[in-house]
Design a protein around this ligand. Structure first.
Ligand code: MN
Length: 266
C-alpha cells in the first residue's frame, strides 16, 4: 500500500484556509480561530453551524434541507452540523477554489481521549480530511467559572499550524490540538502524544422538569486517565499543548490478524 502524504506546505501566506467549529457561528472560539488563521494568510473562509452543535460527532444531515446563509464575503452560517458545514463549503461554496487547509475550533473545552468520537470540532476536521485536505482541530481547556485562556490558543496556535504544515503528514490523518488551562506564558511546551482514555457520561443526572416529568442530563464528569503512557490527557494535565495525529481508518491491525486466523477463509 502506498502511503500518500500531504506535501510540505512551507508558505501559508496567500493560501486559502477554511474555518469551522461546533460551538456555532457566534462562538468566541471562532473569533480566536479567525485571528489564528489571519496571522497565517488573508484568504480566510468561515462556514460554521448557525447554532451550537457540540457533541454532534460526525453526523450528516440527510433528511432536512441545508441553506447556507451568507453573512459577509467568505462568511456563511449553515443550519446543520459541523460535518455539513465543511462538506457544503468544500463541495459547493468553495467548489471552484478549494481550501489548502481546514481549521476547526477553537472549541470551548477539551477534546481528549474518546471525546474525539463525540466531538463536532474534531468531526469538522475529519470531514476536511475525508475530502482530501489537511485539517487541524483546536480545543481550549478551561474550568467552569474561570476566565478562559483564549490567548493561549491565539499565541501558540499559529506556530503549531506552521510547523505541522511545513513538515507535512499522511493523508487520511488529521491533527488534534488541545491547549491546557494556563496562560500563554505558563504553557510548558508542545507534547506529541497518543489518544488517552477518559470516557464521558458515567454520571447521568436525574431530575424532574417543571411539569414533573423525569429527565436525564448527561453530565460532564470524566474518568481520570490512569495510563502511564504519554497521552493527550496527561500532556494537557501536565501543562503542555497536546498534538495528536488521528487516523480516519479505525481498523485495529492486531485484532485483524487474530480474526483472520479464526476465520481462515477471509
Ligand atoms: Mn463544542
Amino acid at each position: 500500500m502506498t502511503v500518500e502524504k500531504y506535501p510540505p506546505l512551507v508558505e501559508l501566506k496567500g493560501k486559502r484556509i477554511l474555518l469551522s467549529n461546533d460551538d456555532g457561528i457566534g462562538a468566541h472560539g471562532l473569533i480566536v480561530l479567525e485571528k489564528i488563521a489571519r496571522s497565517l494568510s488573508d484568504d480566510i473562509w468561515v462556514v460554521a453551524p448557525s447554532a451550537e452543535r457540540s457533541g454532534a460527532g460526525h453526523s450528516l444531515t440527510l433528511h432536512h434541507p441545508l441553506r447556507p446563509v451568507k453573512l459577509a464575503d467568505k462568511r456563511y452560517a449553515v443550519d446543520g452540523t459541523p460535518t455539513d458545514c465543511v462538506l457544503v463549503a468544500i463541495n459547493h461554496l468553495m467548489k471552484d477554489h478549494p481550501p489548502d487547509l481546514v481549521l476547526s475550533g477553537v472549541n470551548m473545552g477539551v477534546n481528549l481521549g474518546e471525546d474525539v468520537h463525540y466531538s463536532g470540532t474534531v468531526a469538522a476536521a475529519m470531514e476536511g480530511t475525508l475530502l482530501g485536505f489537511r485539517a487541524v482541530a483546536f480545543s481550549q481547556d478551561f474550568e467552569d467559572g474561570d476566565a478562559i485562556h483564549w490567548d493561549t490558543a491565539l499565541r501558540h496556535g499559529p506556530d503549531i499550524v506552521r510547523v505541522a504544515c511545513a513538515a507535512g503528514w499522511r493523508k487520511h490523518v488529521l491533527i488534534n490540538v488541545n491547549f491546557p488551562n494556563l496562560g500563554p506564558d505558563a504553557v510548558k511546551g508542545v507534547r506529541v502524544a497518543r489518544q488517552g482514555k477518559h470516557k464521558i457520561g458515567d454520571d447521568l443526572v436525574h431530575r424532574h422538569d417543571p411539569r414533573g416529568r423525569p429527565y436525564i442530563w448527561i453530565a460532564g464528569r470524566r474518568l481520570a486517565d490512569a495510563s502511564a503512557e504519554a497521552t493527550d490527557l496527561n500532556a494537557v494535565r501536565d501543562g503542555f499543548i497536546s498534538v495528536t495525529p488521528l487516523n480516519i481508518d479505525l481498523t485495529h491491525d492486531d485484532t485483524l490478524l487474530g480474526l483472520k486466523r479464526v476465520f481462515p477463509s477471509s
